[in-house]
Design a protein around this ligand. Sequence first.
Ligand code: PEP
Ligand code: MG
Length: 591
Amino acid sequence: MKIDDQPIPELPTRIMHGLGVSPGIALGIAYVHETGGLSVIEYCIPEARIAQEVARFREAVAHVAADLRKIQEDVRRLPGQSAEEVAVILEAHVLMLKRSRLVRGVETLIAEKSINAEAAVKHQIDDLMETFAAMEDGYLAGRADDVRDLGQRLVRRLGHGEGTPFADLPRQSIVLADELTPADTAQMDPARVVAFATELGGIASHTAIMARSLGIPAVVGVSGLTHNLCAGCTVIVDGTAGRVILNPTSEQLADYRKWRAAALRRFRSLNRLRALPAVTRDGLRATLLANIERPEETSAAVLAGAEGIGLFRSEFLYMNRDDVPTADEQYGILRNVVERMDGLPVTFRTLDVGGDKLSRLFDLAAGPNPAMGLRAVRLSLARPELLRAQFEAAFRAARHGPVRVLLPMVASPDELRQCRVHYAETFAALSRARVALPDEPPPLGVMIEVPGAALNADAIAKEADFLSIGTNDLTQYTLAIDRSDEQVSHLYDSMHPAVLRLIHFTTEAGRRARVPVSVCGEVAGDPHYTGLLLGMGIKELSMAPGNLLFVKAQVRQMEAAAAHALVQAVLRQSEGTEIRALVAAFNGEDA
Ligand code: PEP
Ligand code: MG
């Protein structure tokens, strides 16, 4: 069935706005993703899917009952009287799951109000809690807590029920959620998801970066998105304009078709650039590489004509699993990427978990400020076995093609020095064990993404084989703006004079130390910044594969000499607005 043929007539059209974080427009079917957290999204279920929804609830009930039995057994093994008491409470929970008022009530609500199971559980629990809390008997009034507890278990199970989330995604899905984590996004099958939109999330969050890598439109920070949703309704997500339309009108659908035809024409014309070099009109040659999160994205990098992988975010190998990937496993994955890049360089960044990228393998959200806590290279140095396993994978893969290793969130030369010790020792140990290795360890580079590292770039450049500027975190930490918080997204600005000065300073430090400097933050893939970056002397840019041809088109239409003059003028400014005006004039746009 064509999507356009199945609007749900009784639903009103709703237009909502947010931050467009990945361009393009998509039309699809709403798939509401519950996070399994305590805030529940209520949405309507089409008549035909009610039985399926009730079955989903029953499955969750069975799972929770099994979970409770398991906990009961564990508790019984504990010594003491209190274990006995806890077991009794758990037994009460199990009983509440058997054809009780709770279970029957939820099933009736799903059927009669045509709502999702999570919302029905929430209504029923609220109702029961009110009844219990109003009881005069103190013991019974206390049971309200049990009811809430059970409700939470049910909602969590519904969120993360069987297998992996998104396992049941229909084709052409548009995922709508309160929030999506990078780990969630990593589980979406790009063949089934055409776009997503969320209530929370900022412009440079990793979730947004994932959308750009998958090449699907996305809008984040859409206030009110998850109110009055209907699973299965038609949705348009316009990631360019930052707009979400639920149940679009026939005129809006016609506009969408026009846009799609124009986009196809633009894509065809850009595709002609694929085999051409990224060279300015006055002969400056730039190298455009691809950023990838998942090994599967290598195909998109090849298709876009990337001249290598400038950033392979290895932390995604650690997500959605309960064991740490071994050196052997990482070697296999990296070798495959290296072989598919067929002689072009692959930059393997060591584990960069923390901030908005969390893996259940590490309890990184525990500290007072995870964005500034034990994360990235700090975690790797605290747990050198992790670092050594990644170095081993990179060394072995480097026998199959050029590999570079990149360290994230380095703040001082001392951290690089400590990593170098592990680098050399791992190489020596593998040589002694007669593991097949290249003659030399691969180049070891440093990401410049902490403002202190940028200001100390001269010292770092003396000891690094290359520098790669991570403008996403550099902007976040320079301006103290959380890159994933939609409330302050309007202040997140990589054209802020302070950020540009740090990029310029780093580039100059690289030039003085004769060390190559590239940019792998999101600005590298934004054609508005291409003149600024090339004008500063940065010749290597690494970006989401989908942006590569747009940036190439920009490089090929500019003059390096004019870009250099632009930078001189920009560096004299102290206001972002003035800088934007200069850059817009350079790009031939209205400011
Ligand atoms: C950056 O911070 O600019 C960067 C490239 O790394 P990530 O986005 O993975 O933090
Ligand atoms: Mg970073």
